[in-house]
Design a protein. Sequence first.
Length: 414
Amino acid sequence: MTAPSYQINASPQPEVRPTCIGPGAHNYPPPKIPLLPVLTYGGLGSEKANNPSLADIPHILTSAGRAAIVLALQHAGITEGDEVLVPAYHCESMIAPVEHVGATPVFYSVHANTQIDMLDVERKVTSATRAVLATHYFGFPQRVCDLRTLCDKHELILIEDCAHAFFGETNGRPIGTVGDYAIGSAMKFFPLFDGGLLASSSRDLASIEQFRASIALELKGLVSVIEYAMRYGRLRLISLPLRITIAVKDLLWGITKKTMRGRVGDNLAPPSSEGGYALDPYWIDARMSRVSEFILSYSRVDRICERRRTNYCRIVEALDGVPGMRPLFDQLPEGVVPLVIPMTITDPATLFPTLKNLGVPIWRFGEYLYPQISEHVCENSVYLSKHVFQFPCHPELTDKEIDWMVETIKSHAA
Ligand SMILES: Cc1ncc(COP(=O)(O)O)c(C=O)c1O
């Protein structure tokens, strides 16, 4: 079967709003449909939300999730000589913060379904261990209550990594409320250029001092978000005047970069907003931009949660029985708001470039593991990093875009 040859609304330009769930270092064409949430008129509104969100917990807004991890570690007093237990299935932006505060990351294993291997965590605890970072992969929660018990037993700080789980609940408790700290990556769930969050239901974060980023970041953020939306055929009514504004912005941005070089270095935007996984110390203490803050507070949260769940189920069902792929998780439990659809692929080496070259949006979490992660350290992490692709299920995907993605995947899977 071949995919329908319908014209998707993306112009053939490079990604303008890449984040660390962006396209990676390869030279693939930009996705034909948006990988990330897009700004739309329908997504904005101020109705009261029923779904639990990290933003309901006392929090501060940061430039990115990785900055929030550093701030959590610093706030907890973790420093040189300390050990922090981190998952073997990871990306650089989870580990770099531990190294930044001078602590040693110690990797623990995960099971094939991404659940934390509690026995291995327990085995890795030493007298130097101070904290555990626990990731709710793709929005599917860990058994944090068990982990809480383990942390209490050894007097360890528990940091819930909710970069993939901005919404939802687990064991009847809102996500992010069991740990001493929770970190979020707002950019992954809202149409933002920058933004993370550090929350704590038990600790006072008021002592953390932050600075406001430059007006240049505000402008770049605003224009990038609108540009990304327009590229995918959204925000049509304001399209023409904006195209002119964007052309002027590109010109001014080029000039600004040239004239500011050497004075502010490359610090005009956080690496997370430019598609990188690295940690730039300059952005650790920066507050989320005002533009992102506005969009965050003026987004329809229940719509995000409901549509993510609906799209997830619809796409998983449509891909049911396709040879060479199956969902990583058997079900979508109540209360889970998925970031993406993780699918286990039998022959990733062939399918990945094929789909990417056709413009199918794919994210591969953990594609680049730290070199010390071999099959001896965690066989499952090595397998997951190679064999699990993630497809988008964000609320702004149209029916037509979902159909195109599904048919393209179906017609090229083994
Ligand atoms: C599991 C996980 N934790 C933390 C981060 C860091 O978040 P941010 O990109 O907002 O810095 C990421 C980024 O992809 C992530 O996937």
